[in-house]
Design a protein around this ligand. Structure first.
Ligand code: PRT
Ligand code: ZN
Length: 283
């Protein structure tokens, strides 16, 4: 039984559970207490505050964990980053009052900077030879300048709207983060096998993000051109239709270029175009 630490509530909770669910691991939501066993996989979930997850995994109390890379870095936890999970994306940035002129890092010399990430910040300041004072506060860092606690802040930014509504502007992006799957460094062979299975399934789920399956009927004469428009993983699947001079073409396409490709395909005679959601891509 491999124990995985998940955030008990908060921004990463729902997506961590839906990722596990999407790879066939069902944790009983109703029975979600401190510890819950998966019904169909050799895993049990331990629900914790995200701050505690890196150390728990480093110490081995949980063998795996899902947490923001920012927490792993801040805690300096000695764990393996087994996979980047593509959700919980954010950055930790330096921000200052929006009316201030900013010409570079020199701005911060002699200033106070409020943050909940003192370790990441002090490393950055040291590397850049900036002499600033770090004011550690947990929560509502964005109000520190207005409250006279500091002149600047170093905090998580996602859309940027929290900064704007507090009269601040982002001036340096210091650390890029997303949710990661972390692993204890001393997994035994059995634990490693479970992790490998998890990674294999996670990959297939992540591979299908932002992709659609597309199929259409196309005049045989336009086939070469259609294949140029739609490069597939190996090559598109082509099947003859009962109607002479026509075939069916199947491929996978990035959602971001879907409509542009549909337009090109229609222009060369594609008909009956179907676009289907993809759940997994197993390479
Ligand atoms: O209770 P627990 O300790 O477990 O949770 P928490 O309150 O410490 O963390 P939580 O749930 O807020 O965030 C968990 C993780 O989500 C973080 O460690 C990041 O890895 C990731 N994440 C992604 C974010 C954001 N986006 C985010 N926008 N964490 C926090 N924010 C906050 C930020 O602190 C700021 O107040 O959102 C605000 C900024 O958002 P924008 O969109 O206005 O820029
Ligand atoms: Zn936290």
């Amino acid at each position: 039984m491999l124990r995985i630490a998940l955030q008990s509530k908060g921004r990463l909770h729902d997506e961590s559970l839906s990722l596990l669910q999407s790879i066939g691991i069902r944790l009983d939501e109703q029975k979600r207490t401190f510890l819950s066993k998966a019904r169909n996989f050799d895993i049990e979930a331990l629900y914790m505050r995200d701050d505690d997850i890196p150390q728990l995994v480093a110490a081995g109390t949980a063998r795996l964990g899902i947490v923001g890379l920012n927490e792993v870095e801040e805690k300096g936890a000695d764990v393996d980053i087994a996979a980047r999970l593509g959700f919980g994306g954010c950055r930790i940035s330096l921000a200052i009052p929006k009316g201030d002129t900013y010409e570079g890092l020199d701005y911060f010399n002699g200033k106070r900077i409020a943050t909940s990430y003192p370790n990441i910040l002090s490393k950055f300041l040291k590397e850049n030879r900036i002499d600033a004072r770090i004011e550690v506060i947990t929560g509502s860092v964005e109000i520190a300048p207005a409250a006279g606690i500091s002149e600047a802040i170093f905090d998580i930014v996602s859309s940027g709207s929290t900064l704007v509504s507090n009269g601040l502007k982002e001036v340096e992006k210091v650390f890029e983060s997303e949710a990661v799957l972390i692993a204890n460094r001393t997994l035994d062979t059995g634990e490693r096998e479970i992790l490998d299975e998890l990674l294999f399934r996670t990959d297939s789920s992540l591979n299908s993000r932002g992709k659609k399956y597309i199929l259409m009927n196309i005049p045989t004469g336009s086939l070469d051109e259609a294949i140029r428009i739609l490069p597939a993983m190996r090559s598109p699947t082509v099947m003859p239709l009962a109607t002479e001079g026509w075939c069916s073409l199947h491929s996978v396409v990035d959602e971001s270029s879907l409509w542009e490709k549909v337009k090109l395909l229609k222009a060369i005679g594609a008909e009956g175009i179907l676009v289907v959601d993809l759940d997994k891509i197993i390479l």
